[in-house]
Design a protein around this ligand. Structure first.
Ligand SMILES: Nc1ncnc2c1ncn2[C@@H]1O[C@H](COP(=O)(O)OP(=O)(O)OP(=O)(O)O)[C@@H](O)[C@H]1O
Length: 312
């Protein structure tokens, strides 16, 4: 369990984290989302005791990080591609980390195997690809067999096979009852991995709870209706807070009404329906909607369209 309570971090004039409170529970994967500069890495560093909060508290399994006698067994983290001595092998890097934390050689070989680096573990880490470096970082995080695993952008640099591997690894860790807290910019990946979600923007909490609820609340959710009497049906449905659009003849996309209500109104008017289904918003749509006002660095798409975007 990670408990963040009224946490703030100021860098000079910049309030990077602003009165943030949330809890990350064990047994599920919790995603940590926010636009660039939202304060995710700063929050993660404070959880690990690497940055001192300006105010507020963080507790990992009931105590601040620095009060744990065996911190690697409490929480393992991948915060950024670790600066590893390029001349050192993955094996020796992990062995040194293990030795300074009272962890045996057997566990080093175990984590090397877990992350799929066995064949290259004796090679210089300086020659590692981005994906191999990520795997080594994850091996370091898992070395102490920690109850809490926290990973900042773990799929960064991984190929599709690596992405699938990390997805299964995180689910397994959560199924074992561990607390798994993971940030990623890849929404489609997050939608597959996370059960709970913490969303922040400009250092403030925007949403916390089940990912399914987060997506269901999005106004991008709509109901698709297909009917040979689409015109009549449209007139029946439009009204206050209800918008009806149609992508092709005979098909209506309805926002603001539940599927059951649409079906009942159609039945009462004797209209035939060929199709009626709920189109859930994607996590990406829900995220964009929630963070629209909290994005620090907006791309100037309009400018691009009028200048560099026309390639004629
Ligand atoms: N050491 C620092 N000194 C000054 N400002 C900092 C420092 N670290 C972070 N910041 C600022 O704090 C804000 C939050 O940064 P942080 O890296 O935590 O965001 P993030 O959500 O992890 O972003 P990203 O998704 O881009 O990695 C940013 O505006 C950043 O510029």
């Amino acid at each position: 369990m990670i408990e963040v309570n009224d946490l703030s971090k100021r860098y000079g004039d910049k309030l990077a984290v602003d009165a943030l409170s949330f809890a990350v529970r064990p047994g599920v994967v919790t995603g940590f989302l926010g636009p660039n500069g939202a304060g995710k890495s700063t929050t993660m560093r404070m959880i690990m005791g690497l940055d001192r909060p300006s105010s507020g508290t963080v507790r990992v399994n009931g105590r601040p990080y620095e009060q744990h006698e065996a911190p690697l067994e409490t929480i393992g983290a991948l915060l950024e591609a670790k600066a590893i001595h390029p001349g050192r092998s993955a094996y020796h890097h992990l062995l040194a980390l293990a030795a300074s934390n009272g962890i045996g050689r057997r566990r080093v070989l175990e984590v090397i195997d877990m992350v799929g680096l066995t064949e290259v573990s004796r090679k210089r880490a300086g020659g590692f690809s981005l994906g191999m470096g990520q795997r080594l970082g994850i091996a370091s995080a898992l070395l102490g067999d920690p109850r809490i695993v926290m990973l900042d952008e773990p799929v960064n640099g991984l190929d599709p096979e690596g992405v699938l591997w990390i997805r299964n690894l995180l689910k397994d860790l959560a199924d074992q009852g561990r607390t798994v807290f993971v940030s990623s910019h890849l929404m489609s990946e997050m939608a597959l991995i996370a059960e709970d979600l913490i969303v922040i923007g400009r250092g403030r909490l925007l949403s916390a709870g089940p990912l399914a609820d987060f997506v269901a609340q999005s106004s991008s959710r709509s109901v698709r209706v297909q009917s040979p009497q689409a015109g009549t049906l449209r007139e029946l449905l439009v009204g206050d807070g209800v918008s009806v659009t149609g992508s092709r003849p005979g098909v209506l996309d309805v926002q603001g009404l539940e599927a059951a209500e649409i079906g009942e109104r159609a039945a009462a008017a004797g209209l035939v329906l060929h199709e009626l289904f709920v189109q859930e918003a994607s996590l990406e749509e829900a995220f964009m909607e929630l963070t629209r006002d909290a994005v620090e660095y907006h791309a100037t798409t309009a400018e691009f369209a009028t200048t560099g975007g026309t390639n004629r």
